[in-house]
Ligand binder design. Sequence first.
Ligand code: G3P
Ligand code: MG
Length: 244
Amino acid sequence: MEETNVPDVIYHRGASGYAPENTLAAFRKAAGMGARWVEFDVMLTRDNTPILIHDEKLERTTSGKGRVAETDWIDLRKMDAGGWFGPEFAGEPVPTLSQALALLGELGLGANVEIKPSRGYEEETAHIAAATLLEEWPAHLPTPLISSFSREALATALVVAPEIPRALLLSRVGRDWREQAEMYDCSAIHTDAKRLTQAQLAEMREAGYAVRCYTVNEEARARTLFDWGVDGVFSDYPDRIPAK
Ligand code: G3P
Ligand code: MG
């Protein structure tokens, strides 16, 4: 399926420059600052609840300890995912994917859903995330975009929800980018802004892919990338890098 209405700036883990990443507060902040789309990371708890979190370990962004894949939702739901960012966010919970989708519906925010499996759980994470999107994505929002660094996750998303467009995530552009993008029938390539060259971008655009870069927080860098012809950037700061 084709991408629809993806804006030129997508806010990374919500407005994560101003609110704790991957929380409902970060989505509210993004919407309040004029965002149209956000990006967030989805991982499974031990008991297969899809939640929003970036790291495989709880320490950096929550009051908990240990691995997400070894923690049940009943325990995770009590953790504080906001206090580390600032006292005004203390008590902000780790959201489930379902809670996040309901809020996107209320706020009218589109989303790039990044499947971020704990190592060893690639297939089940993609399966559950894609199935949840099929069941619960608010119908009035633009079609979401699934992305992943995990090839197994993209392959699974293609089988479970072929109608949701996919982006290949690359931390560096290898020789096999084209083969990979074709294999998972991707509409876009999302890659590290620090490493992308103008020549690589030209090849990807020529091959028909939308190209977006993470994470761009400097206005001058965003301008250069847009001058080169990128379709979009991910940013933590809706005011510094406003969407068109
Ligand atoms: O999806 C773009 C970007 O979020 C990928 O990297 O590590 O921030 O999830 P990361
Ligand atoms: Mg991400």
